[in-house]
Write a protein that binds this ligand. Structure first.
Ligand SMILES: Nc1ncnc2c1ncn2[C@@H]1O[C@H](COP(=O)(O)OP(=O)(O)OP(=O)(O)O)[C@@H](O)[C@H]1O
Length: 234
């Protein structure tokens, strides 16, 4: 279980997250939605240890980790796919995938082997292993970014807008792969997403953020997307 308890965060004097409570149970798929600038990216970065907590707690597998460094949280089973993917465009697909391994530490990282399941989920990564990541399409790059996060064999995968700028046929492939990740590997997924149809097809539960606070939560199956569309607006 990943649990946020009354979490707050700030940039300097400017507070951007207020009293956020959120849970992600083992194997669960949850989506977090809200307009641009409400604090979704900051929340994911704060969970991972890439941004400091101002107040409140992050509990990972029952342990308080809000003061632990990012690498310790990665070893505790957290993996993060940032918005914009964060790939090294001049390095090959294979080299990008290898970048995920040091988070594991120890012998697994030293072996420098990509688990076969990554290629099973995204066969294109095998076919394009030697190509520069920057030469791939947006959808293919997203698959590399998700693959790199899965190399650590996480229990909790945090994804920041994976469908942004990606063509519909690839969105479908990503949805199928993430559903397999969840079902077959029992990885829990916290998905920040603006594309509601995708988020609702994938997630069991949702949280809505507005101005740095969670203002609504519920089951996707019981809530038509039309009921939450107003929280995204344009
Ligand atoms: N490095 C930074 N320094 C100062 N303020 C920041 C910084 N990054 C984000 N912010 C501010 O914090 C608030 C939350 O931003 P955040 O990126 O977390 O929102 P978001 O919901 O993820 O939006 P988006 O969908 O556009 O990424 C915004 O007001 C933003 O301007």
């Amino acid at each position: 279980m990943l649990k946020l308890e009354h979490l707050s965060a700030a940039y300097g004097q400017s507070q951007v997250l207020w009293d956020v409570n959120l849970e992600l149970a083992d194997g669960e798929a949850v989506t977090l939605i809200g307009r641009n600038g409400v604090g979704k990216t900051t929340l994911l970065r704060t969970i991972c240890g890439l941004h400091p907590v101002l107040d409140g707690g992050v509990r990972l597998n029952g342990e308080q980790v809000e003061k632990a460094p990012a690498f310790a949280r990665a070893r505790g089973g957290l993996a993060y796919v940032p918005q914009g993917r964060g790939l090294f465009s001049h390095l090959s697909v294979h080299e990008n995938l290898l970048m995920g391994l040091p988070a594991l530490g120890g012998r697994q990282a030293a072996r420098r082997e990509i688990p076969e399941l990554i290629y099973d989920l995204f066969p294109i990564l095998h076919d394009m292993a030697g190509r520069k990541a920057g030469d791939l399409s947006g959808g293919q790059q997203q698959q590399v970014a998700i693959g790199r996060a899965l190399v650590t064999q996480p229990r909790y995968l945090l994804l920041d807008e994976p469908t942004e700028g990606i063509q519909p046929s690839i969105v479908q492939e990503i949805e199928v792969a993430l559903t397999r990740v969840r079902r077959e590997l029992r990885v829990a997924v916290l998905l920040v997403e603006q594309y509601l149809d995708f988020a609702w097809a994938f997630a069991d539960r949702y949280y809505v953020m507005q101005k740095g606070r969670v203002i609504e939560t519920g089951l996707t199956a019981e809530t038509p997307t039309g009921d939450v569309q107003r929280y995204l607006g344009v």
